[in-house]
Structure formats: C-alpha cells, structure tokens
Design a protein. Structure first.
Length: 255
C-alpha cells in the first residue's frame, strides 16, 4: 500500500532533532512521497537540503505563503519567479489568503495570490491553496482566473459542502488531513457525498495532528489515522482509498 502526503513541512524546525527518524517511520508505514510546500525565502535552503537527503521521496513546491506577505512581498515574489525559471518544482504553493492572523496585508495577499496563479499557469503547474477565514475572497480570485490551465489542491479543506463543490468546480482536489478526525471538524458529516476522485491525503505536519495525537506534533506517519477515518466514512478498504488518492496526487502533480 503506497500513500502520498501531499502537504508536509518536513524542513520545519520542529523536526530538527529527529527528522531522519520521522521520515523513516513514515516510509515504514507506506508513505512513499512527501510534497513539500514553500513558505518564504528563509526556508529555501532547508527545502533543498531535504530534497538532497531524500531525492526519491521528496517533491518540492515553490511559492510565497500568505502569512509571509509583508512589506517586502514583491522582493519575495521575484525570488519565487527566479527559482521557477531555474529548476523543476511540482507546484506553486502554498499560496492563498489568510485573514485569521492579520488582515492588514489583505490587498497585498490578494495581489500575491493572483500573481502566483499566473506563474503557475506560465509553468503549467498546479497551485496549492492556503485558505483561512477567506473562502469568499479565495473564490473571487479563482473565478477571475478560472480555466483549464487552473488546477491544483485546496489544502487543509475545512469548508462546507457548498465550498467543496465550488472548489471542485475550479479543478481543485480537496486536501484532507487531521481535521477530518476532529469532533468539531464538521467535514466528516458530508465528505461521503464527495467522490474519492476529488480527494488527496495530507498531514500539514508538524501542524494539525489527527486524533489521538491532537495537540501534539504531527508527522507524515499519522496519515494512517486519516486513512482509517476515511475508511469509516466511505466504507471501503484502506487499500482502495490509498490507491485512489495516490493516483489523484500523481495526476495533479504530473508524476
């Protein structure tokens, strides 16, 4: 059984003490591919180092995270574009709009989101969307940019079923992780109505650990807990879910 973690920050400082053990544990559980989202230029070297350590398992994205959109965002976007010109990446991400922590850079976040969508189209890459307290704002941008050249993943999907159908309508897969195991996560109530062809698995580690690890550091190995929850929701075998979601991830990322 091969599993794919479509969103994990394995270069995070949270793994500095035991990164290799964490990755080996995930590999032993069948998690064979790790897709690594970017945050900003301060993490670029750590991402490249991680790829060098595990060239057969690690797949890098490039982009500017919305919470890193500050006064210097145009300089950061220039570096994103420069790196996209220089080498292979598998997505532009994670990008989007986050109005949970700070709304003072909303206009700049929106500009950065649109700019990076257009970079993704230029390089024929998927986008990986970060959306927090911003579904309406995200959908507004997607409506402006919609087309066959717009596709990707709605990372850490936490919306309603109406939001899910909207996202799918914009050629987005839904990234399902630890939130599906939370009592207050809500998406488990309707997820069965969404066909598995629209689902990919993720952890967002070290964040959002699934039950029974909630509140602790998340790891890619905990994708098994997400898989077990989806098995209960969909009433099919873990092997079938693993096969479908892995195929979906390969389709999105072009591997």
């Amino acid at each position: 059984m091969i599993l794919t973690d479509t969103h994990t920050h394995l270069y995070s400082e949270a793994f500095d003490e035991d990164r290799d053990a964490v990755i080996q544990n995930a590999l032993s559980k069948g998690v064979q591919r790790f897709f690594i989202p970017a945050i900003d230029s301060s993490y670029t070297k750590a991402m490249f180092d991680l790829e060098q350590m595990y060239p057969d398992n690690v797949y890098l994205m490039m982009g500017l995270h919305p919470t890193s959109v500050k006064e210097n965002y145009q300089e950061e976007l220039s570096q994103v574009e420069s790196l996209l010109q220089q080498r292979k990446f598998y997505a532009v991400g994670e990008i989007g709009i986050d109005l949970y922590w700070d709304t003072s850079f909303f206009k700049q976040q929106r500009k950065a989101f649109k700019y990076q969508i257009r970079l993704a189209k230029k390089y024929r890459l998927p986008i990986v969307i970060h959306c927090r307290d911003s579904f309406a704002e995200i959908f507004e941008v997607l409506e402006e940019e919609k087309g066959e050249d717009l596709f990707g993943i709605f990372h850490c999907f936490t919306g309603t079923i109406e939001d899910a159908h909207k996202a799918i309508g914009y050629n987005m897969k839904l990234g399902i992780g630890g939130v599906v195991t939370f009592k207050n996560g809500k998406i488990d109530a309707f997820l069965k109505e969404i066909d598995l062809s629209h689902i990919v698995l993720e952890t967002d580690s070290p964040y959002l650990a699934p039950v029974p690890f909630r509140g602790k550091r998340n790891e890619s190995a905990y994708l098994i807990q997400v898989l077990d929850k989806l098995k209960d929701i969909y009433g099919v075998s873990p092997e079938e879910i693993a096969a479908i979601t892995t195929a979906n991830s390969k389709e999105v990322f072009g591997i």
